[in-house]
Design a protein around this ligand. Structure first.
Ligand SMILES: NC(=O)c1ccc[n+]([C@@H]2O[C@H](COP(=O)([O-])OP(=O)(O)OC[C@H]3O[C@@H](n4cnc5c(N)ncnc54)[C@H](O)[C@@H]3O)[C@@H](O)[C@H]2O)c1
Ligand SMILES: [Fe+2]
Length: 383
């Protein structure tokens, strides 16, 4: 059964929700679609499934599957060229955060002139986004970034090798199709890593200082779903209830982080751009140290997290102290490495990573301000 949510994106959730895609395309006025995806999702047969579902509903569709995990501006340019060559008027992002983010940025270049760098949100580029975007449908095949309900998109600019954020409130896809069947083939390690991205979004969003009770409530539910269902989704990939719950958790995490993120994401970004590490794994490796660092200022929130993760304690102080351990236990349970060194990171790169982490904007939302030295200490504590 498909249920429909409008908070904040029109979201169709349920097994077989993909079958609704052509009707959704038509509602949006889409007559020709470009599917943006990556080789792994294409090899899993999912891109072809989406193409067929659109074609069956009378929407001629071209598939562009040449993007990479941690995509760059080059992938965006190639995908935009395909969009224009196909005469498309609808963008469909099919895959994890990488594919969905490239699809979102194609919407920018479909209606705005190059170069892409001028739209970098961190450099005031959002003001240059003046034209409307073509409509977009997002079909997540991982449960992590929640990009399908997010207003921003991330790509690495080759000129600077930095993860660059593009943002406008209506960059949020018009429709998200959350079909748990499409995540069943996601391997256990990627399931675990992407699930930890979702968990990190909710924990950082809960702890950031901005007063946003709605986002905080959503973050708590996101953490609850991760605690309950991530181990099941990892150990039994065909557990549809767990897969569906993790799609919900990813969506909740991304809605929650409208409130803000924190130091963990600043530490994670250079691990991806410099070392090619998966974004969710990078978060998983750094999260416990960030939790300990934030305990003095976000103790009440971390106590809530610890309680949800099953830690015991009579008061908030004890529970907040237990929080990082509870996260480490969940990380071990889902089979992720326990440290940066166990994940193959060399100690001599930490200084350079700390420089880059300090330049990353996310830590400005951390509840406890961070110096470059603090970030280096957090890398060392995660090593
Ligand atoms: N826009 C946002 O708000 C936001 C938030 C966090 C992260 N991100 C970005 O998202 C990206 C990470 O996204 P991700 O974690 O979803 O990973 P991903 O999109 O890079 O995918 C990871 C791997 O899983 C494979 N895969 C995906 N679905 C599959 C399936 N169903 N079956 C088999 N294989 C499958 C892909 O081929 C790929 O190799 C990063 O670039 C990150 O910067 C964006
Ligand atoms: Fe993230």
């Amino acid at each position: 059964m498909t249920v429909i949510w409008n908070f904040p994106t029109r979201t169709l959730f349920g097994e077989g929700a993909l079958s609704e895609i052509a009707a959704e395309a038509s509602h949006l006025g889409g007559t020709r679609a470009l599917v943006v995806t990556d080789p792994g999702v294409a090899a899993a047969g999912i891109a072809e499934q989406v193409r067929e579902a659109l074609a069956a509903g009378g929407v001629p569709t071209r598939v562009f599957d040449a993007i990479a995990s941690n995509p760059t501006d080059e992938h965006v340019l190639q995908a935009t060229a395909e969009y224009k060559a196909h005469g498309a008027d609808l963008v469909v992002g099919v895959g994890g955060g990488s594919a969905i983010d490239v699809a979102k940025i194609v919407r920018i270049l479909a209606t705005h002139p190059e170069p892409l760098a001028q739209y970098d949100d961190g450099a005031g580029g959002t003001e240059r986004l003046t034209a409307p975007f073509p409509p977009m449908i997002a079909v997540p095949t991982t449960a992590g970034t929640g990009s399908e309900v997010g207003r921003s998109a991330v790509a690495t600019m080759q000129a600077t090798n930095r993860k660059t954020i593009f943002f406008r409130a209506d960059l949020i896809p018009n429709v998200a199709l959350l079909d748990p069947e499409l995540t069943v083939g996601l391997p256990p390690k990627t399931t675990a890593a992407t699930g930890f991205d979702a968990l990190t979004h909710s924990i950082e969003a809960l702890c950031t200082a901005m007063d946003h009770p709605m986002a905080s409530a959503i973050a708590r539910e996101g953490i609850t779903l991760c605690a309950r269902f991530l181990p099941r989704a990892v150990s039994a990939g065909d557990d549809i209830e767990a897969r569906g719950a993790m799609l919900k958790a990813a969506m909740l995490g991304a809605v929650a982080f409208q409130k803000g993120l924190g130091a963990c994401h600043s530490l994670a970004h250079p691990l991806s751009t410099e070392l090619g590490m998966h974004h969710g794994l990078a978060n998983a490796l750094c999260l416990p140290a960030v939790i300990d660092f934030n305990r003095t200022v976000a103790g009440a929130e971390l106590a809530q997290v610890a309680r949800i993760l099953g830690a015991r304690g009579d008061d908030d102080e004890t529970l907040a102290f237990e929080c990082s351990g509870a996260v480490r236990r969940l990380r071990a349970e889902v089979g992720l490495p326990e440290s940066l060194s166990a994940a193959g990171v060399q100690e001599e790169v930490l200084e350079q990573l700390a420089d880059l982490a300090f330049e990353d904007p996310c830590h400005s939302e951390n509840p406890r301000p961070c110096t470059r030295e603090d970030l280096l200490t957090l890398y060392r504590a995660s090593f």
